[in-house]
Design a protein around this ligand. Structure first.
Ligand SMILES: Cc1ncc(COP(=O)(O)O)c(C=O)c1O
Length: 443
């Protein structure tokens, strides 16, 4: 009998007891290889001694100081580090406790920016279908996973959704990747024009769509066009790199590979690597300056923003990634993972697509490769894959609804940045058994 309100109330979860490197061990002594970093969180793996030492030191020195009274050295240092390595134009950092909070902060900052500038009519937000921006009400409003939104629909603000950039299912057979990207950009511009360009505050997008589409990267040129369109209409670009950012795709920020920079960006998971709850909003200078010459404050704060222990964890994680040149390993092992996935599943009857970048990879499972027909969603194949993987001591992050929010199954892989070729081989080998067993059992 548990008194915890678990995610699924009728399910019994194994009890995680300890962890080290890329493995978590449960109370029965069973080991699980963490091939998804939980939900793309544990970028350094588990129990990294340097991060633990930095956190212990911080606790011994200063555990908490409310940000209406003080700043702290550790928050200042982490902000310095993040700005020094941020996309061009970013000048300031707002710390918070999660990805959802980072998105809420971005939405409110976008609105506040236009209030400061006297453009009070800019209240509308545009985002994309088949995207996840978090679970709080603002984040759900711009989120594009209709299943998550449905029970709370009446409580959400009125955001406007356009198509995701999802080449595997969205690009027409007679269309080049570039033409597809242009078509989607035109759709965004048409939406801005329909809403009235002077009424739109921001466009929100995941740079690489994580949990909802399984590491779906944009086609070349798409984000450049999006950036141009936002600039043309004075609309802010908010990039959600909560999952895809902080090194996961092989560069610190996923948008580096798109050749663009956002006005506001949400980061979280890999920022603290799971050692402490921490997220952040990165703010560009022109947005920050509008506050500086305006009211002088961002009217949005929470008790635990900039928590020293969380900042110490984030600073240590980012310092280790840089010191150990781990992004080079993300690129190297990411290429190797892609090669192994293609060797193992490239001709698999039920694998429709293998996609992603760096150590952020998705495998889309289909009933029929030629027609891309998904399995019947009633089979809940994604849930079976997750359970079968756990039975085999492997953590992966499958999700359903890949095609249209209802049907479709994919598996997301996001192993820690410290993986070796041997680890990758083991992950791919176990995954092969898991996919085949799960499909066989579902039929
Ligand atoms: C892209 C993206 N944005 C926002 C969030 C919300 O983050 P959190 O669960 O930390 O609130 C997530 C979580 O999975 C995410 O993947």
């Amino acid at each position: 009998m548990t008194h915890v309100l678990h995610r699924a109330v009728n399910k019994t979860y194994p009890v995680a007891a300890k962890s080290a490197g890329i493995r978590i061990t449960d109370e029965t002594g069973k080991d699980y290889i963490d091939a998804s970093g939980g939900a793309a969180v544990s970028c350094l793996g588990h129990g990294h001694p340097d991060v633990l030492a930095a956190m212990h030191k911080q606790l011994d020195t200063l555990a908490y100081a409310h940000t209406s009274f003080f700043t702290t050295r550790v928050a200042e240092e982490l902000a310095d580090h993040l700005v020094a390595h941020a996309p061009p134009g970013i000048s300031n950092v707002y710390f918070c406790g999660s990805g959802s909070e980072a998105i809420e902060a971005c939405l409110k900052m976008a609105r506040h920016y236009f209030v400061e500038k006297g453009e009070l009519q800019r209240t509308k937000f545009i985002s994309r279908r088949q995207s996840y921006h978090g679970i709080t009400l603002g984040a759900l409003s711009v989120g594009g996973r209709m299943k998550d939104r449905a029970p709370f629909a009446e409580m959400l603000f009125d955001a406007h959704h356009v198509s995701p950039c999802f080449e595997y299912r969205g690009r027409r057979a007679d269309e080049t990747a570039e033409a597809y990207g242009s078509r989607l950009a035109a759709e965004l511009e048409a939406k801005i024009v329909e809403l009235g360009p002077r009424n739109v505050a921001a466009f929100v997008a995941e740079t690489v769509v994580g949990a909802t589409l399984g590491a779906a990267t944009a086609v070349p040129g798409y984000f450049k066009r999006v950036r141009e369109i936002c600039d043309r209409h004075g609309v802010l670009l908010i990039l959600d790199e909560v999952m895809s950012g902080m090194g996961r795709t092989g560069t610190l920020h996923a948008c580096e590979q798109e050749g663009i920079a956002p006005d506001l960006m949400a980061i979280a998971k890999g920022l603290g690597g799971g050692f402490a709850p921490i997220g952040a909003m990165l703010v560009s200078k022109h947005v920050f300056d509008a506050i500086g010459v305006g009211s002088g404050a961002f009217p949005h704060s929470q008790t635990y923003v900039g928590h020293p222990l969380a900042c110490a964890a984030g600073l240590a994680v980012q310092t280790v990634i840089q010191r150990d040149n781990l992004l080079a390993n993300v690129r190297k092992q990411g290429d190797y993972l892609e090669r192994r996935l293609r060797e193992s599943f490239g001709n698999h009857h039920h694998v429709g697509d293998i996609r992603g970048r760096g150590l952020f990879r998705g495998i889309e499972i289909v009933e029929d490769r030629a027609s891309k027909k998904p399995f019947d969603p009633a089979l809940k194949l994604h849930a079976r894959i997750k359970q079968t993987a756990m039975d085999h001591g492997l953590m992966v992050y499958p999700m359903g609804g890949t095609d249209d929010g209802k049907a479709g199954d994919h598996i997301l892989l996001a192993p820690p940045f410290i993986v070796t070729e041997r680890d990758v081989d083991q992950i791919v080998d176990i995954l092969g058994v898991v996919i085949d067993k799960s499909i066989a059992a579902a039929r």
